[in-house]
Design a protein around this ligand. Structure first.
Ligand code: 6PG
Length: 245
């Protein structure tokens, strides 16, 4: 599967969550078998998550066929308000007919982030059915991503070793580079890249400057990230730098 050029899609601020839902549903509809979606944390996907629990979106998702993973999580229990999977569950997964066995949280009830990372790597490998990622057979159908105000993606922060990881699928991050400052567990770049589509969700005027820097090619995690399939940046007008709006 050849990597494609970055596509930038800019929508009106009040259409951002709907545009995200539209893309997610059409990606899901294009798959005929089991579907794997890797969710993202942060505030940008919250509108999308709320919509998925409501019509007309809810009935367009074949819930029994879709598996939900998380690209990174804070090392806190699922019930903690800072848990990315906890937020996704409260906003939509607990409110739709998604089978429990289709929801794959990072196991943050282990002793250390590294232990959780190893367990989650095992879970991803068993779902994928191989120990090595084959570029011709992506792990995910869709990977959702956010962009931090400092240019981080998932829990991959500028200057940290995890950015260079080529072998491991998931790693523990002892020191978060952005709030909340709790340890993290994150999928690595090669794992996130193993997808038919990577969809960035970036909204709000506070992201305009960092987007300009990422699109200018500055060396930031947001510029290093790649997708073996499509790479789509969905922005609202407030976030879009002048050059792309
Ligand atoms: C996390 C995230 C993180 C997030 C960005 C953007 O756990 O914090 O996964 O990478 O996606 O920080 O967050 P916002 O959408 O809140 O700006």
């Amino acid at each position: 599967m050849a990597a494609q050029q970055r596509q930038i899609v800019v929508v009106d601020d009040d259409k951002f969550a709907q545009a995200a839902a539209q893309r997610l549903v059409s990606r899901i509809k294009s798959a005929t078998d089991r579907i794997a979606v890797c969710l993202t944390g942060g505030s940008s996907p919250e509108g999308l998550y709320r919509l998925l629990a409501e019509e007309p979106w809810r009935s367009q998702v074949p819930w029994d066929r879709v598996h939900w993973f998380m690209g990174d999580d804070r090392f806190v229990p699922l019930a903690d308000p800072r848990s990315n999977m906890g937020i996704a569950q409260r906003l939509f997964l607990d409110r739709v007919p998604a089978p429990r066995s289709n929801v794959h949280p990072i196991p943050t009830d282990t002793n250390y982030p590294e232990g959780a990372a190893n367990l989650y790597a095992d879970e991803l490998k068993s779902f994928y059915g191989a120990e090595k990622l084959d570029p011709a057979r992506p792990l995910f159908d869709l990977v959702l991503m956010g962009l931090g105000p400092d240019g981080h993606v998932a829990s991959l922060y500028a200057g940290q070793r995890a950015l260079e990881e080529k072998e491991r699928w998931v790693v523990g991050v002892g020191k978060a580079g952005w709030e909340p400052f709790v340890p993290r567990v994150t999928l690595t770049f090669p794992t996130l890249a193993s997808t038919r589509e990577m969809l960035f969700l970036v909204d709000g005027a506070g992201k305009r400057d960092i987007l300009r820097r990422v699109f200018a090619g500055e060396d930031l995690p947001g510029s290093r990230v790649s997708s073996n399939g499509e790479l789509v940046w969905l922005l609202d007008r407030a976030a879009a730098p002048e050059a792309v709006s």
